[in-house]
Design a protein around this ligand. Structure first.
Ligand SMILES: Cc1cc2nc3c(=O)[nH]c(=O)nc-3n(C[C@H](O)[C@H](O)[C@H](O)COP(=O)(O)OP(=O)(O)OC[C@H]3O[C@@H](n4cnc5c(N)ncnc54)[C@H](O)[C@@H]3O)c2cc1C
Length: 390
């Protein structure tokens, strides 16, 4: 069921919508062309408290509830997927620290992450390690009260401008997560350009050669890296991506309703052609279904229900797939005009494809969802047997 918004949530939604309409959406194609987000826009995200959205108030953040955070991601996703990705990876670092960071790490970093004084990036993927993320080749060894990191990360969103990286590495064969500051000796970044979508997300490769971090930069403990710290961050990432995709789908619907009501062919507005209506109707239905799933995930997150992890996977999987279809149809409805800048739909299409790959590809989500389905099936059979015998 769709959750009812309270006054604060309605106010936030209106505020972010106005911000996106004025400062983000009209410039999103330009950001993509330049493969860069303006510094002042990212600073503004911090000033408005959006970067600190999920940082607890005790550490200077806004401590938003789950639905408010989702509504924020939805609006930002509608405006620019690249901006959404900055918000997403930043919040993944925040979430990892909130859940697994020690008090010293929290009190040192969360206030800076809350204001955007420091931007966070999430560094898991490597040239040879993608979906099989637990098998990181980046190595860390303990030496004189420090960890020495060697290895390479690739496809790191926000990597060009982040100040703090959550880097996953193997210590004695165990996965571990480390906080690495940009100016650490032995650490360097190389910008990555020429992307299909998320063009302004300022991706980078990270190179670590004898990169020394103090031992207190280990988050959680060795063995907890990918499974616990990474798990908490990726759940958060999928939640943002699910809601952000919903924003893009709504953007497709809005663009198509507007366009089809103005464009005339065969003497009538194309909104009157039934084959166009079919595409618009499907888009509206899928957007409604995606919204329900995102709201469901929000209500579970609010209540701290364990099923949140699965339901967030389902929402991310459904919404990202539906966004690709919505964006394809949105380009179709715009005809040639949909194939270039000037309308948002070409960008939505490029960005939508990325949604199916990041935060665990959709095949990884399918594996998780199917496994869960089998488990539920077995439990239901067991329960039925017990009910029969009692
Ligand atoms: C724009 C963008 C931003 C990104 N940002 C970040 C970031 O900030 N931080 C970060 O760490 N990473 C980031 N990534 C990397 C992203 O997380 C990976 O691309 C993703 O995990 C998939 O890994 P891969 O690309 O190596 O594909 P691979 O793992 O090589 O997979 C290739 C294909 O095989 C499929 N496949 C693999 N294994 C299986 C299996 N067991 N069963 C069925 N199918 C399988 C996959 O689903 C995929 O379709 C980003 C990527 C992009 C494109």
């Amino acid at each position: 069921m769709e959750m009812e918004l309270n006054a604060g949530q309605r106010e936030l939604q209106a505020e972010v919508r106005a911000f996106v309409d004025e400062h983000v959406a009209p410039f999103a194609d330009e950001f993509d062309r330049k493969e860069r987000l303006p510094e002042e826009l990212v600073r503004e995200l911090g000033a408005r408290g959006y970067l600190g959205g999920i940082v607890p108030e005790a550490y200077g953040g806004r401590g938003m509830d789950a639905l408010s955070w989702g509504l924020l991601c939805e609006q930002i996703g509608r405006g620019s997927a690249s901006l959404l990705s900055i918000l997403t990876v930043h919040s993944m670092v925040v979430q990892a620290l909130v859940k697994w960071g020690g008090e010293a790490q929290r009190s040192r970093w969360l206030p800076r992450l809350a204001t955007g004084e420091t931007l966070g990036a999430f560094a898991l993927t490597e040239p040879e390690v993608g979906s099989d993320a637990g098998s990181s080749q980046t190595a860390a060894r303990a030496e004189d009260g420090e960890y020495v990191l060697d290895g390479e990360k690739r496809w790191i969103s926000c990597g060009q401008i982040a100040g703090l990286f959550l880097v996953f590495a193997k210590v004695d064969g165990q996965s571990a997560a480390f906080l690495v500051e940009r100016d650490t000796p032995g650490f360097s970044t190389v910008p990555m350009g020429g992307l299909l979508g998320f063009r302004a997300a300022m991706l980078a490769e990270l190179h670590m050669a004898g990169c020394r971090v103090p031992e207190e930069n280990l988050v959680g403990r060795a063995g907890f890296g990918f499974s616990h710290v990474g798990g908490a961050a990726l759940d958060q990432g999928r939640y943002c991506v699910g809601w952000g995709s919903l924003g893009m789908m709504q953007g497709c619907v809005d663009a198509c309703l507007e366009y089809a009501g103005h464009r005339k062919q065969f003497g009538t507005f194309i909104k009157g052609h039934q084959l166009v209506q079919e595409m618009v109707a499907d888009m509206i239905v899928q957007t409604k279904a995606a919204r329900l799933m995102c709201h469901h995930a929000a209500s579970l997150k609010e209540r701290g229900e364990p099923s949140l992890i699965l339901e967030t996977s389902i929402a991310k999987y459904f919404t990202s797939r539906a966004t690709v279809k919505a964006a394809l149809d949105a380009v179709q409805i715009h005809g040639a005009n949909g194939c270039r800048e000037g309308y948002p739909v070409a960008r939505y299409l490029r960005d939508a494809k990325i949604l199916e790959i990041i935060e665990g590809s959709n095949q990884m989500q399918q594996i998780i969802i199917a496994k869960y389905g089998y488990q539920e099936h077995i439990l239901a059979k067991r329960k039925a047997r017990t009910d029969r015998t009692t």
